[in-house]
Design a protein around this ligand. Structure first.
Ligand code: HEC
Length: 141
């Protein structure tokens, strides 16, 4: 009896662990610290460690009215870059941003970090999931 229970547990527990891992990887990504690392590696050099931007060269991400309106386009903006004249918090910017090669998981983590750290208006929004990023990115022009 005990033996059977043990064997049962040896099958069920690894299976549960695997399911949990798959769920975390593909459907749920609220790893804020992973997002912070991606931000520091891929964005901070231009947008600043605290999202403050650089004078009139690089727009801020912290409390950016532009980002608030275009948050859902962020996966495409990152992958395709941007070469527009835009107005962010009342100031005009026109330097190009080159495409940045991040995968769906990295972008989801990054967006969760950004909405928690830089965006008061999005603080209580639900977490961005990897699957959502994939859907958005698939529809990029
Ligand atoms: C090489 C410098 C550089 C890097 C690295 C960079 N950006 Fe940008 N980013 C810019 C510039 C310049 C603009 C303005 C583009 C324009 O006017 O067309 C911009 C615009 C933006 C905007 C829209 C304007 C705003 O401030 O709301 C967002 C959002 C953004 N970047 C997010 C990111 C994210 C997220 C990363 C990291 C994955 C990143 N950027 C990396 C230079 C950079």
């Amino acid at each position: 009896m005990n033996n059977r229970l043990l064997r049962w547990a040896m099958v069920v527990f690894p299976l549960l662990a695997l399911l949990f891992f798959l769920y975390m990887t593909f459907f749920y990504s609220a790893y804020e610290s992973a997002g912070r690392i991606t931000y520091m590696q891929s964005c901070a050099s231009c947008h600043g460690e605290n999202g403050e931007g650089i004078a009139l060269l690089v727009p801020p991400l912290r409390e950016s009215d532009y980002l608030n309106v275009h948050f859902e386009q962020l996966p495409c903006l990152i992958r395709s870059g941007m070469e527009d004249t835009i107005v962010v918090n009342g100031k005009m910017y026109y330097q190009p941003m080159y495409p940045i090669n991040l995968n769906d998981v990295e972008i989801a983590n990054l967006m969760n970090f950004m909405q928690d750290s830089f965006m008061n208006e999005r603080k209580n929004k639900s977490a961005i999931r990897t699957l959502w990023v994939k859907t958005q990115a698939d529809s990029c022009k």
